[in-house]
Design a protein around this ligand. Structure first.
Ligand SMILES: NC(=O)c1ccc[n+]([C@@H]2O[C@H](COP(=O)([O-])OP(=O)(O)OC[C@H]3O[C@@H](n4cnc5c(N)ncnc54)[C@H](OP(=O)(O)O)[C@@H]3O)[C@@H](O)[C@H]2O)c1
Length: 282
């Protein structure tokens, strides 16, 4: 892909499905060049065709990565740094709720590895490119489910007793803490960092789960937002001039919202950052 383009360049994870796919399509329609990051080449290529059809610039790249695997994240970051000379927008969108306990290749509980540690590592490895971007923005897709968190820093990597909703809530709380700590750390470089709740959205999210979560999600489905509606706040934070210079905030329906007390804790934000740095060997 031509890196000398004057279009804005956006990298988005989980761009083959749900909120991520619609976000990528909308930003491509607005005229951004897109780097889609997906873990499955076939699903990624199918989505790329659809995003390409909507794209104004016809620049839609596809790179593969399993965000739960630090080696895969490092390979992705190397490839992005090799192919591109700047990045304007990074959207950490990919995420899952694991129905039962499993561990990543490095032995970290999968939800925490995929939803927090992978994006933490990727973002840090792309900061150099972001610093060369124009009005660079990092957008982290969190959730109101952060309110279900019981945050114990010693119990995130290998929880003693696994609960899907607790693990997911903890990871989404981590997204808000990460976004606000990143905002503090990179403010001098002009990069902004915000997080958001997309709403309760009808996607394939949690489709392979059973138990209470699947039951509640199934019952709520008729009342849930479409993926198009669910992508609105992400698209807004990635592209609207209204949020120029706004940083360290959590948004819901395109408006800043106060997350819970743990998500506003400087202690948690700093400790989580240090812990994530150690585990990912940043
Ligand atoms: N849907 C909701 O109601 C809701 C509410 C609040 C927050 N969210 C958040 O919104 C974000 C997008 O979710 P969605 O609803 O659009 O769900 P989705 O349709 O299931 O999309 C999730 C995306 O993440 C990707 N992904 C999962 N694990 C990955 C990994 N290890 N490496 C790379 N990519 C991975 C998936 O890839 P595959 O297709 O290969 O699995 C998929 O592209 C998530 O962060 C979720 O936590 C969703």
């Amino acid at each position: 892909m031509n890196t000398a383009s004057s279009n804005r360049l956006c990298l988005i994870t989980g761009a083959n499905s749900g909120i991520g796919q619609v976000t990528a399509r909308e930003l491509a329609r607005q005229g951004m060049d897109i780097i889609m990051v997906c873990r499955n080449g076939q699903k990624g290529e199918q989505a790329r065709q659809e995003i390409m059809a909507a794209s104004r610039t016809k620049k839609v790249d596809l790179l593969l990565c399993d965000l739960s695997d630090f080696l895969s994240v490092r390979k992705l970051a190397e490839e992005v740094n090799r192919r591109y000379d700047h990045l304007d927008v990074l959207i950490n969108n990919a995420g899952l709720i694991a129905g039962k306990y499993s561990a990543s290749p490095q032995g970290v509980e999968t939800t925490f590895a995929t939803n927090h540690l992978g994006p933490f590592l990727l973002t840090n490895l792309l900061l150099g490119l972001l610093r060369k971007g124009r009005e660079p923005r990092v957008v982290s897709v969190s959730s109101e489910a952060h309110r279900f968190a019981r945050f114990d820093l010693d119990d995130l990597v290998a929880p003693k007793k696994f609960s899907p909703i607790r693990a997911y809530g903890n990871s989404k709380l981590a997204n808000i803490l990460f976004a606000s700590e990143l905002a503090r750390q990179v403010s001098a470089g002009g990069i902004t960092s915000n997080s958001l709740h997309p709403g309760a959205v009808k996607t394939s999210f949690g489709a392979d789960n059973n138990g209470v979560f699947a039951l509640l999600f199934g019952l709520a489905r008729p009342l849930m937002l479409t993926a198009e509606q669910g992508a609105e706040t992400t698209v807004f934070l990635a592209s609207s001039p209204e949020v120029n210079g706004k940083t360290g905030l959590y948004f819901d329906r395109k408006k800043p919202k106060t997350p819970n007390a743990d998500a506003r804790s400087d202690y948690f934000a700093k400790e989580l950052w240090e812990m994530s740095r150690r585990i990912t060997r940043l």
